[in-house]
Design a protein around this ligand. Structure first.
Ligand code: KG4
Ligand code: ZN
Length: 331
């Protein structure tokens, strides 16, 4: 079964072709990062316009790369939310055009489900499993007992991890998106600032990162006012250690409680080297899997994989009333 994936929820225009929820025939990603960099973050109206400009080209590139015809496609899976509404609608409408033109069924996919399913490309998902979702907009622990069955164990009460990374990076004057920059610098630093580990022993699986973010930002301003020399690598390392300590401990606790067969990490922050190392060192009872970097950040291959498993389970597609939603629960 060949599934075409379409992802335009934020600042990446992406189209993929994936066979049987696993074999990636094409995964074309047109990134807008260089455009939004100038503004220090994603500008929604600009993002929509860039999707319009790029999407036909990305469809063409994906079809060429996969070397197939539209009539070979069995299903189109498109991100329906959450995301920037203008951006989502470009992908959804483009997907509808192809669906209508070639008579291919279409299915809407929740973006976080896509991030989780990115893991199936390189390692078969085995149930029950625990997924730690860490992206620019989400931080949550999800238990899955079978395909397309998501039980949220806990989530952030305020900022998402990626959001905290981006804000800390901004204060340090690092370019957007800040997460990868902080990660890189952290590799060269030491944990000298001893930042708090929020909700480490809260006894549940919820998170909170806004207090830590404020503490980090205030510390930076105070030191700056006193004209103290700040080691950016040490600063980044200290922030990263605080964040990853909490993420890894809660994941480990949830793993012990639920007796899972594997732990998977999903979302842009799954690319973080510090998180990868600490997870692998701490969780040794069951395998811990991370998608390779290109499947961690937004891409359409993950949407096609999720579409394959959703369609297989529900045996039904959406109709042309399929819409985009800026907020959409994981389902
Ligand atoms: O999943 P994603 O591509 O988009 C959303 O669905 O949000 O995640 C983007 C987020 C950004 O906040 C970015 O800074 C962060 O993931 N990120 C990282 C790393 N690579 C991307 N954060 C920490 N370390 C990284 N290496
Ligand atoms: Zn994402």
């Amino acid at each position: 079964m060949i599934v075409m994936g379409v992802e335009t929820s934020c600042d990446e225009t992406s189209v993929s072709l994936v066979e049987d929820g696993k074999r990636v025939l094409a995964n074309e990603v047109l990134s807008q990062i260089d455009i939004h960099k100038e503004y220090g973050g994603v500008v929604p109206e600009i993002a929509s316009r860039e999707h319009v400009k790029g999407i036909v080209f990305v469809f063409d590139q994906a079809m060429k790369k996969a070397n197939i015809n539209y009539k070979d496609i069995d299903l189109i899976a498109v991100t329906a939310g959450p995301g920037l509404i203008g951006s989502l609608l470009i992908g959804i409408n483009a997907a509808k055009v192809i669906s209508l033109n070639y008579g291919i069924p279409i299915i809407g996919i929740q973006h976080i489900a896509g991030h989780i399913y990115a893991n199936n490309i390189e390692h078969d998902m085995e149930f029950p499993l625990l997924a730690l979702v860490v992206s620019g907009g989400h931080t949550e622990l999800v238990l899955m007992e079978s395909h397309y069955d998501f039980q949220k164990l806990g989530e952030t009460q305020d900022d998402a991890v990626g959001e905290a990374y981006d804000k800390v990076a901004r204060i340090l004057g690092l370019p957007y998106p800040g997460g990868p920059q902080v990660d890189k610098l952290a590799q060269q630093g030491k944990d000298t600032f001893s930042f708090p580990r929020p909700m480490l022993d809260s006894g549940d699986f919820n998170f909170s990162f806004s207090g830590l973010k404020s503490k980090v930002i205030n510390t930076y301003h105070n030191l700056n006012q006193r004209k103290a020399t700040i080691s950016t690598p040490d600063f980044c390392r200290s922030f990263q250690e605080a964040v990853t300590d909490v993420l890894v401990k809660k994941t480990n606790d949830a793993m012990n409680l639920h007796n899972v067969k594997q732990v998977i990490v999903a979302g842009g922050v799954a690319a973080n080297q510090g998180l990868r190392e600490k997870m692998r060192q701490t969780i040794t009872d069951v395998p811990v899997y991370f998608p390779s970097i290109k499947y961690c950040t937004d891409n359409a291959a993950m949407i096609a994989v999720a579409g394959y498993f959703k369609y297989k389970k529900e045996q039904k597609a959406d109709d042309y009333l399929l819409n985009g939603f800026s907020r959409l629960e994981l389902k």
